[in-house]
Design a protein around this ligand. Sequence first.
Ligand code: SF4
Length: 307
Amino acid sequence: MTDEVVKKLPDWLKSFCVKSRVEKLCVSFLGGEPSIRMDLCLNLMESIYSKLNEVVRPYHGSWFMFFTNGDFLTDEALIEMSRYNTIVLYNPTYDSLEEIDRKLKLIKKRIRFCCMSVVIDGVNIGRLIEITDIALSNKVNLRLNPLYHPTSDYIHSLYEPLDSLFDHLISTDELIWPKLLLGSLYVGWGSRSISPYSYGSWLLVVDTDGSIRICSADDGTDIGDLSTISSIDDVKFDHSWNAKSIGLCQRCEWLSWCHGGHPLTRFSYYGSYNYPTPYCDLYKKLFPKWKSLLDKWESRKHGQMYM
Ligand code: SF4
């Protein structure tokens, strides 16, 4: 992020929140790898917190989410981040299983809310159960991210590993919050209620040059910048993403969970938002198992794990 944007961002954010009557806020640090400039991230956290803590409340108690591969995290940085109840989402990338365990222990020592955030690709597609067991043994929840731009071969390669993983999660004694398949889906917190799909409704991205878009993965949704967007009234969405306009989804029992899948993935795969996600058949196979995880979760109320 440029020095100019870093300087402007906290004041812009405060003004935006006041004008838009924002009640709750969580600011995410995304990559590349944000911890390469840990000094800058910590300065931004301090500045955003000091300017906004009397204006808005933190979302679920957390001011920040920090997406990282953990390479540059230090104990000192984690202590600072813990001041704001920061949620750390660790992406294990190509780390060995031993290194994954070491990094999780480093994070968990200081951070209450930590999540293993696995992009399902490369080496990790073949070791999802091993990674999950490390997460569970460290009492860390799991988030799985299928690719936003899948090929047909890639989608088919997910069936067996995800099927086995869900069976494993159902059979294990450990409890995991079944909000697993993010990136494409957004299952809500702690209930079976409808969970509106977040992207395009309340998730804004400020890029390193100060331009603003509406989804972390959708580069085609530039809507302005720090000088042209001053409140939520200035944010206009062009895309028609609502899955309720897709015939197959209208009749689907999983509509309130799935919402047709990630709009960007629909567009990337079909060249149109007007089709169900290419992950549709896979999700339909997994949703009943997902429901079993939810039943298990609800039957054992103790020890909620976050994320
Ligand atoms: S599972 Fe398929 S049909 Fe059902 S809502 Fe999702 S994309 Fe639409």
